[in-house]
Design a protein around this ligand. Structure first.
Ligand code: NAD
Length: 428
């Protein structure tokens, strides 16, 4: 349970998150009061946002902003619009941001925001009113060097544009650095569109180099060809890997000789048939109807980039790859990870592999604070350097502790930095 001034809140997700943090604290031999400090978010704001709906009636939406820990710098974390999100889940997500930002070496603490809403059920006008209402409601607690939100599930660059506009009106000046992942026309950066997938590809390449000396020629299967998966597949193909399978909720496109990843780039802005259908109809890839068959494909590398809990105890036996790189958040259950570990399969954990998005947010923030613009290539080079360093850091820690998983090494690395900062600042 998280400690929130005597009012204990909990959820399965929060409990699992705390179990993982506790294990990390123990593996790193850090004191129990450090664990306790991490169970106590520094500040929680609960807001109720009135929106005049298209039918003329007022509807209230409950929202949160959890500022978990700012020992390493301003709070940073996305805003989720989802009908089932709870305050307890938001606390867990904020805790994970503290770890992810620490591991990535960014000067940020962790936070997360959420609104209980199904954005697909709102009109554009209602969505804009809600986005602006949420920005106004949390405005007293955020700021470009205080707390910098970004998109998460159910939110996007357009929503960030409305929020940054609303906040700027309150501040009485343009404040681009208070939200990240904005459209390129409004102080964003074009790299953001593919930053998470690109980061996954770089993390895969660097790990493959360490394990096998090279990525070139290695075969890859990608589960979930959405934002993260498609760009991971594209960049892995550009880096010399052979992408043999990609999947979505309806099935798998498989081609032993390798799929032509240029099709992904050519269809980057075209709404229409899914990429799986395009690979089948345009490149003669085989269509396998069972979406889980993507695990059974004979490959060196598997990138789960769809949703959480997809590699479980009951299906882990199907996984053929020797390296699993987590593009999605939480795709491997602890039970499955243990079984993979016993089989010698390496799992690059989500907080390392999919950090490209938040690293890009950091780069955009630095640009905005200076009113300076890097071109796409320069930005990508900076993102790549940070991802390479992060993989090296975790891999070096992992090599010293061979009985650990790579996830253990990542969590311990993240926790040690937070702990040292708390000690230096005299917080514990
Ligand atoms: P998305 O909605 O763009 O794509 C998800 C894809 O997964 C879709 O193609 C969907 O068809 C597919 N899918 C869903 N369930 C599936 C299943 N059971 N089997 C096969 N395919 C399935 O989402 P996204 O933004 O790419 O995010 C994917 C994951 O990455 C999530 O876990 C998200 O939290 C995580 N993530 C995203 C970002 C980002 O920048 N978008 C950053 C960090 C982490």
């Amino acid at each position: 349970m998280a400690h929130i001034s005597g009012a204990y809140i909990t959820s399965a997700f929060l409990e699992n998150t705390l179990v993982a943090i506790k294990r990390g604290v123990e593996l790193a031999n850090l004191p129990p009061e450090f664990f306790e400090a991490l169970t106590r978010p520094q500040r929680i704001l609960v807001v109720n946002i009135p929106v005049k709906m298209d039918n003329g009636k007022i509807q209230f939406f409950e929202g949160y902003r959890v500022q978990h820990c700012d020992v390493l710098g301003p709070f940073k974390g996305g805003v989720r619009f989802h009908p089932e999100v709870t305050l307890a889940d938001d606390v867990a997500l904020a805790m994970l941001m503290t770890l992810k930002n620490s591991l990535a070496g960014l000067p940020y603490g962790g936070a997360k925001g959420a609104v209980r809403v199904d954005p697909k059920k709102l009109s554009q006008r209602e969505l804009e009113a809600l986005a602006r209402g949420y920005a106004r409601a949390i405005a007293p607690l955020i700021g470009d060097v205080v707390d910098i939100p970004a998109p998460d599930v159910g939110t996007n660059a357009q929503i960030m544009a409305w929020m940054v506009d609303e906040y700027s009106k309150i501040a009485g000046r343009n404040t681009p650095a208070v939200f990240t992942s904005k459209p390129p026309e409004l102080w964003g950066n074009p790299v953001r569109e593919y930053s998470t997938g690109y980061g996954v590809a770089v993390a895969t390449r660097e790990t493959a180099k360490k394990l096998w000396g090279r990525l070139e020629g290695k075969t890859v299967a990608v589960q979930g060809i959405g934002n993260v998966g498609r760009w991971a597949a594209y960049w892995l193909g550009k880096m010399g890997a052979k992408v043999v399978a990609v999947s979505d909720i309806n099935g798998v496109a498989y081609k032993k000789e390798g799929l032509d990843v240029e099709l992904i780039y050519q269809n980057r802005t075209v709404p229409g048939p899914s990429l799986v259908e395009l690979f089948v109809s345009k490149t003669g890839a085989e269509h396998i109807k069972d979406p889980e068959a993507v695990f059974a494909v004979e490959t060196d590398i598997l990138v789960p980039a769809a949703i959480e809990n997809v590699i479980r105890g009951d299906n882990v036996g199907r996984v053929r790859a020797r390296l699993v790189v987590e593009g999605a958040n939480g795709p491997t259950t602890p039970e499955a990870e243990k079984m993979l570990y016993e089989r010698g399969v390496v799992v690059v954990p989500d907080i390392l592999a999919n950090a490209g998005g938040v690293v890009m947010s950091y780069l955009e923030w630095v640009e905005n604070l200076q009113w300076y613009i890097w071109d796409e290539e320069e930005t990508r080079r900076r993102l790549e350097t940070i991802m390479i360093n992060n993989v090296s850091k975790v891999y070096a820690r992992w090599e010293k502790e061979k009985e650990w998983t790579m996830r253990d090494a990542a969590i311990v690395t993240a926790l040690e930095r937070i702990y040292k900062a708390m000690k230096l600042r005299g917080w514990i």
